[in-house]
Design a protein around this ligand. Structure first.
Ligand code: B12
Length: 375
């Protein structure tokens, strides 16, 4: 059996990451506490660079400020979740996405060195375990650069050569709702399966949108346009079906706080509703504070949480932790899903979830399996 060289490199990084010392909880909290001060200093160090414009590939400085904030919030989650595997799998994606938008490899070395110097200055010796993680990134910078050139996040997405999906994708990129709707409706009439429409047409098209954005081929505006069309399709095609009568309990489907990716969760909500669940769907970016009031009012027996971005993990954890205030009899079964789970092996457990499913179809199967067991 042959193994691709990039897989060997990734495995070796994962093994090194496994051996790294975990950052103690108190130190991770300190990193979070000093976040704003550290961000400001890192930004200032970069702003003093005479070659800044070359490092950023001519991009606006705002893109760098945003990256520093994403970086800080991501690292805070790596430390809190002890997610070095998540770190190793994410860095090649970050490099690739920014390289494809013009940033240079040296920018990342400069940025990481700036973090090291600021952490040493602000956290002093208490920051040693954190500095070790940054030094691991710097020592392996060339390997990460190399890995960034090998794969895209959505490698397994088909390229849609001359299939109908390719036509759908082209209409989606143009924002042509009428044509996309016609393809969707015809597919539904032919197959009778909403799930297949989601998994065979909509989902791969959205994954491809992501890959094309990551590779610098389409703009964020196109990503928004495509999302808006797919959301209009989710809303308009679903009522073409007759809803079955409710024969299961209440499920509350929600997206993590600060998380804007809602299409996957919406598909999960529709699929569960078609499987006989009384479904309450909250959409994107549900505020943590209001969530418990809703749980108390709706009394769901199943909670389904969707999350895509690693920097939202700790917000979701706070949300799930609030459920501890319920009595054991009131506590719902907790199911999680979304793309962040591709990154880390222990995430489901650390979040305190009972189950994970990787698609709207497996979500319905998992939920049904649990329901049949408790009846
Ligand atoms: C559309 C989109 C957006 C839209 C979202 C609009 C909306 N209203 O949802 C906008 C523009 C807001 C956006 C923003 C960002 N995005 Co974006 N986005 C996407 C894109 C292209 C499609 C997402 C999508 O709809 N996928 C289709 C759905 C159906 O798939 P899914 O989410 O995996 O859901 C399925 C399963 O995972 C599962 N599932 C999902 N939830 C649940 C829940 C439960 C309980 C269960 C059981 C199962 C389950 O079932 C679903 C159906 O089968 C993806 C690319 C991609 N690979 O998905 C990037 C992507 C997710 N985004 C990305 C990034 C980086 C961002 C931004 C940081 C920057 C940016 N591009 O603007 C911000 C972050 C915003 C935030 N705070 O959340 C990266 C993430 C990479 C990474 N390493 O983490 C991706 C992968 C793009 C890429 N290839 O680089 N994005």
């Amino acid at each position: 059996m042959f193994c691709h060289i990039s897989e060997i490199r990734m495995d070796s990084l994962l093994q090194q990451a496994n051996r790294m010392v975990f950052v103690p909880e108190a130190v991770s909290a300190l990193y979070l506490y000093h976040g704003e001060a550290m961000l400001e200093q890192v930004n200032n160090i970069l702003l003093e660079r005479p070659d800044l414009s070359e490092l950023l590939g001519g991009n606006p400085q705002q893109m760098m400020f945003d990256n520093h904030r994403y970086h800080f919030e991501f690292m805070a989650n790596v430390f809190e979740f002890q997610g070095y595997d998540m770190l190793v799998r994410t860095v090649p994606w970050v490099y690739r996405a920014y390289f494809n938008h013009g940033f240079s490899a040296d920018y990342f070395v400069t940025e990481l060195e700036a973090w090291v110097s600021v952490i040493k200055q602000i956290l002093a010796d208490e920051g040693n375990t954190i500095v070790a993680v940054y030094e691991f990134l710097l020592d392996n910078h060339e390997v990460f650069v190399d890995l960034a050139g090998q794969h895209a996040w959505d490698d397994k997405v088909p390229f849609f050569e001359d299939a109908q999906d390719a036509v759908f994708y082209d209409h989606l990129l143009e924002g042509n709702f009428a044509e996309c709707f016609a393809i969707g409706r015809a597919f539904l009439e032919r197959t009778g399966s909403l799930e297949r429409l989601y998994l065979d047409i909509f989902q791969p098209a959205m994954y491809r949108i992501g890959r094309d954005w990551e590779m610098g081929r389409i703009s964020v505006a196109k990503e928004h346009l495509a999302s808006a069309v797919v959301m209009r399709l989710l809303a308009s095609i679903y009522p073409l079906l007759d809803l079955p009568s409710v024969d299961k309990g209440t499920v509350l489907v929600t997206v993590a706080p600060n998380e804007y990716h809602e299409i996957g969760a919406w598909m999960v909500a529709n699929t569960l509703e078609l499987d006989g669940w009384k479904t309450v769907y909250l959409g994107a970016n549900t505020p943590c504070a209001d969530f418990m009031n809703l749980v108390r009012a709706e009394k769901p027996c199943l909670l389904a949480f969707s999350i895509a971005m690693p920097f939202n993990l700790r917000h979701l954890k706070r949300m799930i932790d609030q459920l501890e205030s319920l009595s054991p009899a009131e506590r719902p079964f907790i199911m999680v899903g979304g793309q962040v789970f591709r990154l880390g092996n222990r995430l489901q457990k650390t979040l305190g979830a009972d189950a994970y499913a990787d698609s709207c179809v497996t979500a319905a199967q998992t939920a049904r399996g649990w329901w049949n067991k408790v009846q």
